[in-house]
Write a protein that binds this ligand. Structure first.
Ligand SMILES: NC(=O)c1ccc[n+]([C@@H]2O[C@H](COP(=O)([O-])OP(=O)(O)OC[C@H]3O[C@@H](n4cnc5c(N)ncnc54)[C@H](OP(=O)(O)O)[C@@H]3O)[C@@H](O)[C@H]2O)c1
Length: 234
């Protein structure tokens, strides 16, 4: 087993890519801690996985430092937590763009500062292909992703021998789009799938597999890997 005896923390582990990562790490023998805000959903997922649940909000310095105080020294940390608000560049509310950076960028920053990762362990950030393949109405999300990729490279130097990497997903079918009307969501996913060389959108496991590869590969640091079904070449 790839992660036997290792302690893995997934911040954002109650849903989507984070949940798939927590499940896979558990299957590979890790002791897993999942963290997110909604304690009911977090506890339910932790029970299902036989993992430990610690409620935390990445937009709060205090909450993130309390999370890692409770975790103690760990081997691998993954940050998938983010709540994104976007809209047309000229009219999107400044509160919305600030809150997007607050969770996606500053959230990862706080985690990187607070986590006590053992030497040779790893931190994996989750960015997104909008950093290099922008779409209208998503400037703030693309910018947050780009900033996170720069952060991953910088921390790979500054936090060494802890390894720091980022995975950049394409379109992944997770609850992140739960607020969309179901028909519009299915239509969007089907159209996206039809335009990709792989002929499908991603699942959480597709990204989790890369995150576990970063944990296990002691030569991987400062890497940004795009797992997007070919979105960047189509
Ligand atoms: N799905 C995609 O198509 C896609 C594409 C590119 C990039 N990404 C990126 O991948 C990451 C994971 O996305 P996903 O699709 O797995 O989303 P998801 O299914 O919505 O899961 C997000 C997780 O983060 C937690 N979370 C949100 N805000 C938080 C906060 N302030 N503090 C702590 N936890 C918080 C959520 O739980 P609570 O709400 O209970 O806190 C949940 O566990 C995000 O950074 C997203 O931008 C996703």
């Amino acid at each position: 087993m790839l992660l036997k005896g290792k302690k893995v923390v997934v911040v954002g582990g109650s849903s989507g890519i984070g949940l798939a990562t927590a499940e896979m790490a558990k299957r590979e023998g890790a002791d897993v801690i999942i963290a997110s805000r909604n304690a009911t959903r977090l506890d339910a997922m932790a029970e299902k996985l036989n993992a430990v649940a610690i409620p935390a909000d990445v937009t709060s310095d205090q909450s993130v430092s309390e999370l890692f105080r409770r975790c103690g020294p760990v081997d691998h940390v993954v940050v998938t937590a983010a709540q994104l608000k976007t809209g047309p560049f000229k009219t999107v509310a400044m509160d919305d763009v600030r809150s997007t950076m607050e969770s996606k960028f500053w959230g990862a920053w706080r985690v990187a500062r607070s986590a006590d990762i053992r030497p040779g362990g790893s931190l994996t950030l989750v960015t997104g292909f909008l950093s290099v393949r922008p779409r209208p109405n998503s400037a703030i999300v693309g910018s947050a992703n780009g900033a996170l990729e720069s952060l991953a490279r910088a921390l790979a130097l500054e936090l060494a021998p802890i390894r720091v990497n980022a995975v950049s997903p394409g379109v992944i079918d997770t609850p992140i789009r739960a607020a969309m009307p179901e028909e519009a969501r299915r239509d969007m996913l089907a159209k996206t799938a039809a335009g990709l060389p792989v002929g499908r959108v991603g699942q959480g496991e597709d990204i989790a597999r890369q995150i576990l590869a970063f944990m296990a590969n002691g030569f991987a640091t400062g890497s940004i890997v795009y797992i997007d079904g070919g979105a960047l070449v189509s």
